[in-house]
Design a protein. Structure first.
Length: 346
């Protein structure tokens, strides 16, 4: 599967300069559209499973199934796995913790308190948290445009929180779900920043597979405390297994593989645009499958959130060269440090 995706995404890349629009480029954009549809459907699948087996078990299932599949991929490609130097392992472990464990737990528990449509909109805040964390960790400029966009998105969150359910009263459950759900985008933003130097040195699929497996190993003690999980899996209906397939295999394994492979051709700003489409499909699938109510305030809040995210990222292209230089220096520093420490003791 991985080889097919890689071949399809990279086909024609050598002729990218001479042919601005190629069939391969069109395929990449269509593939990314499929990714946004998968991620939108994922919130509906998770909501279905949560109502059946609970948020905690859904998170454990998603992580363990994805880790199992990636483990098989790494086993098949064991010859391509590099010998990571000692300084790299803390980064890999941190990405596994934030990008897999806390991210999935936050999304699962947040979705348990919120509707699938609202939960999918919260996911679009990832670029905002990435901008904030990049400012602290990498020193990237937090411009007035970004601050203005963050303020707009915060207003959108408040609209969704107070009126998104169709009532005008404050809901403690919605507030708790919002706070827990935001942990997912924050964790993913941290993982994204931590992954930057790794992507400059190693194959994206290998890094994704290793960090996912490490995240799976981290939840083994939690799996040991849930003896009833296996029975719940056996008792799942075919609809439940379809939801597991969507939320684990499609949403994590397939979508992540396409996403990172597409980074070879598209820049991050181009990919970020697709994140904005996730709640569109999330709300659509939630209305069609779960019969969730689509209120005017839900649409208004969602549009406000997306407007804020677009404002935050609209100035990105103007500073691409500076950001690329910063990332190159960071990657070069980490690379030099890895090479130095890899020779210690030889």
């Amino acid at each position: 599967m991985e080889a097919v995706v890689e071949e399809a995404l990279c086909d024609g890349c050598d002729n990218a300069e001479s042919t601005p629009v190629t069939r391969a480029a069109l395929f990449i954009h269509l593939a990314m559209l499929v990714v946004t549809m998968i991620w939108g459907a994922n919130f509906v699948a998770m909501k279905y499973l949560i109502d059946d087996i609970g948020s905690f078990h859904v998170a454990l299932i998603r992580i363990s199934f994805a880790a199992l599949v990636f483990g098989l991929v790494l086993l098949a490609r064991r010859g391509a796995i590099p010998r990571f130097p000692r300084p790299v392992w803390p980064l890999l472990l941190s990405v596994g913790l934030f990008g897999v464990v806390t991210n999935q737990l936050g999304i699962s528990f947040g979705t348990g308190f919120l509707s699938a449509g609202v939960a999918s909109m919260i996911a679009t805040s990832t670029p905002i948290f990435t901008a904030l964390i990049s400012r602290v960790a990498l020193g990237e400029a937090l411009t007035r445009r970004k601050l203005f966009g963050i303020s707009i998105s915060f207003c959108g969150f408040m609209i969704v929180l107070l009126y998104g359910s169709g009532t005008a009263e404050f809901s403690v459950t919605n507030a708790l779900g919002l706070l827990i759900g935001i942990c997912g985008p924050i964790s993913w933003a941290i993982a994204t920043v931590l992954t930057k130097p790794l992507m400059a040195e190693y194959d994206a699929t290998i890094v994704t597979g290793v960090t996912t497996v490490l995240g799976g190993l981290m939840i083994v003690p939690l799996l040991a405390t849930q003896p009833g999980l296996a029975r719940e899996l056996v008792d799942l209906s075919w609809q439940g297994w379809l939801a597991v397939f969507v939320s684990s295999f499609l949403s994590v394994v397939v979508a992540y593989t396409i996403w990172y492979r597409a980074l070879r051709t598209l820049d991050p700003a181009q990919l970020a645009i697709y994140v904005y489409m996730v709640p569109v499909f999330g709300i659509l699938f939630a209305a069609l499958v779960l019969g969730e109510q689509v209120t005017i305030f839900l649409l208004l809040g969602g549009a406000t959130i997306l407007a804020g995210v677009v404002v935050v990222n609209s100035g990105r292209r103007a500073t691409v060269s500076a950001a690329a230089g910063e990332q190159s220096r960071l990657g070069g520093y980490v690379s030099l440090r890895m090479r130095k420490e890899s020779h210690v003791g030889e």
